[in-house]
Design a protein around this ligand. Sequence first.
Ligand SMILES: [Mg+2]
Length: 251
Amino acid sequence: MMCLGLPQSVRACLFDLDGVLTRTAVVHAAAWKEMFDDFLRGREGEGFRPFSAGDYDTYVDGRPRADGVRTFLASRGIELPEGGSDDPPGRESVQGLGRRKNDLLLEKIREQGVEVYPGSVRYVEEVRKAGLHTAVVSSSKNCRDVLVSAGIEDLFGVRIDGLVAEKRGLPGKPAPDTFLAAARDLGVPAAGCAVFEDALAGMEAGRAGNFGYVVGVDRVGQAAELRRHGADVVVQDLADLTAQDRQEDSA
Ligand SMILES: [Mg+2]
C-alpha cells in the first residue's frame, strides 16, 4: 500500500472542493468581497469598513451561500429579509445578495477557468490506488460544474454538494451532516473516514461528526486556527502527507 500519511483505520477519504482540490477558494473570496463591499458602500457610504480576509475565513468560507450572507451580516449587526429564490441578483435580501455573489463567481470562473492543486489530484489518485473510497463534499451548488471544468469528476465515488444537500434537507457546514451523508453513501462508518478541509467551518464539521481523522489544509497561513477548530494534522498541500511518510520511513 502506498504511504498516505493516514491512520491504518481509515477506509474512506472525504474531500472538500474549493481550496482543497481546486484553487477556487480565492475566487469565492474575491466574489464575496466585491458583492459585500458594494452592498456596504451603498448602505454606509465611502467610510464603510470593507469585507476582509478574516471576515471570509470566520463567517463565510465553507458555509452554504445563504448561511454565509446571514453570518457575515450578523457580525456587522445587519439583518435583511430572507427574500425569495427568484429575487434578482443584488436585491437587498439574503437571497438577492447570494445570487449577486454567485453571478460574480461564475463570471470570474468563466474568465479564469478552474485550476486544480496538482498535489491534491495526485494524492486522490494514490488514495484510490490504495483501495480507499473517495467522496467530494462541498457546500457549493456549482460543485459538479467545477469538477467537470477541472476534469476530475471521475475521481470520486460519491458527491454531496449544495444541490444534493438541499434535496435531502441536510444542514451545511459547520454541521457534520453533509460529511456523514457521504460516509453513509460510501458504506463506511465516520470513524473510518478522513476529512480534508481548508475552512474553519469544515474543521468544526469534522470534529462534530467524530470522524477518524481531520486534515486541515492551510493555504492562507491559518494553521493555528485550523488546529483550534479541530484539525488532527495541518499541511500546506496534500503532497506533504506522503512526503511526511517518506521522511518517517527514512528516519
Ligand atoms: Mg473549502
